[in-house]
Ligand binder design. Structure first.
Ligand SMILES: *Cc1c(COP(=O)(O)O)cnc(C)c1O
Length: 345
């Protein structure tokens, strides 16, 4: 078998939710958009529902359907993109709760599903999604009369605790919502760590559940082992891989493992000092990452390895992200469809 082995620790996932729920001055929801940040929305949803999560957030109505089918009736499933053309039947049939982002979405919702619950997303300064303060002021009475399930906004800089934008958005959100009866939500993972002023009535952790920054105390959730297909001896002066970017400085043993950029191990990690691990021993990646293969220098290993780990206790999602000049979110959500996924419970 030459498919790599992705291990997803559902116990760690549940513990991360419990810890972020305990850090929140209110209940924590769970953000499971993009197929549960790449780990599998169904297993993530059922695990976190068992841990106690009652509210879930996804990006699109189609994702909400998958989560509803996994969870059954009961939990609230919020749709961050709101009520888009074509969503009406899904919202009704699967009891999804759109977070309306504009007057246009409000009109669509009230025209098509007037008796179906909804929430509202407000723009407190990020300028990405949500009603602008002026738009909200005009619609507020009409919306609040219908008892929205949630009034929320999103922070642009919460992973930088000292950024002045955090307090500015908190003020803007408070100005728009102080005194309303509807439940309010502002904080994702980064916002939880900013402290209780940011928590309101519901927090919305995503990345921290999956074991990555900015939640530095998270338990790692993913491990990834890559089978070794072939090992060869390379003489000093010989090159390895596309473009001859690496030349052996000494007699080397080179292992070729079965995963590459088509599996989300993006080509940029090749230049960033990523290593593959045989237990605790680090083997540097050498040469370019190709579509299905990566080469590593295993000269210092006593025995030829059957597999090497690229994600595990010695190298995290955030280490890979650093090496590639990106963020843990992108590494996780890029994890490929080709892996043999194993859920550890
Ligand atoms: C993705 C997202 C979250 C979760 O953010 P994390 O940084 O992953 O915790 C929360 N709220 C909104 C609106 C989002 O788009």
């Amino acid at each position: 078998m030459s498919t790599a082995h992705l291990k997803i620790d559902l116990t760690a996932l549940a513990e991360n939710w419990r810890a972020l729920n305990a850090l929140s001055a209110c209940p924590a929801a769970a953000v499971i958009k993009a197929n549960g940040y790449g780990l599998g929305a169904e297993r993530v949803a059922t695990t976190l529902a068992s841990a106690g999560a009652r509210q879930f957030f996804v990006a699109a109505a189609e994702e909400g359907v998958i989560v509803r089918q996994a969870l059954g009736p009961g939990p609230t499933i919020f749709i961050l993109s709101g009520h888009m053309p074509g969503d009406t039947a899904l919202i009704g049939a699967h009891d999804l709760t759109p977070l309306l982002n504009s007057a246009e979405q409000l009109r669509r919702h009230l025209d098509s599903t007037p008796d179906h619950g909804f929430g509202v997303q407000l723009d407190s300064g990020m300028n990405r999604l949500g009603m602008e303060p002026g738009e909200w002021a005009g619609l507020r009475a009409q919306i609040l009369a219908r008892a929205p399930a949630l009034v929320m906004s999103h922070l642009a800089c919460a992973d930088e605790p000292d950024h002045a934008m955090n307090a500015r958005q908190l003020r803007a959100f408070a100005e728009m919502t102080d005194g309303i009866d509807a439940p309010r939500s502002l904080a994702a993972t980064g916002g939880i760590l900013l402290g209780p002023d940011y928590h309101f009535d519901l927090t919305r952790p995503g990345i921290g559940l999956y074991g990555a920054l900015p939640y530095a105390d998270a338990r790692p959730v993913v491990a990834l082992d890559l089978p070794v297909i072939q090992i060869r001896d390379v003489q000093p002066g010989e090159t390895v891989g596309y473009g001859n970017t690496w030349t052996a400085p000494r007699p080397c043993r080179i292992a070729t493992v079965a995963a590459g950029y088509a599996d989300g191990l993006i080509r940029a990690i090749g230049a960033g000092g990523v290593r593959l691990f045989a237990g605790d021993t680090a083997c540097p990646v050498v040469g370019r990452v190709s579509m299905d293969l990566i080469t590593a220098d295993v000269t210092d290993l006593k025995d030829d390895p059957a597999a090497l780990a690229i994600l595990g206790p010695r190298q995290t999602v955030d280490d890979l992200a650093d090496a590639a000049g990106t963020i843990g979110y992108e590494i996780l959500t890029s994890l490929g469809g080709r892996y043999r996924r194993e859920y550890l419970t």
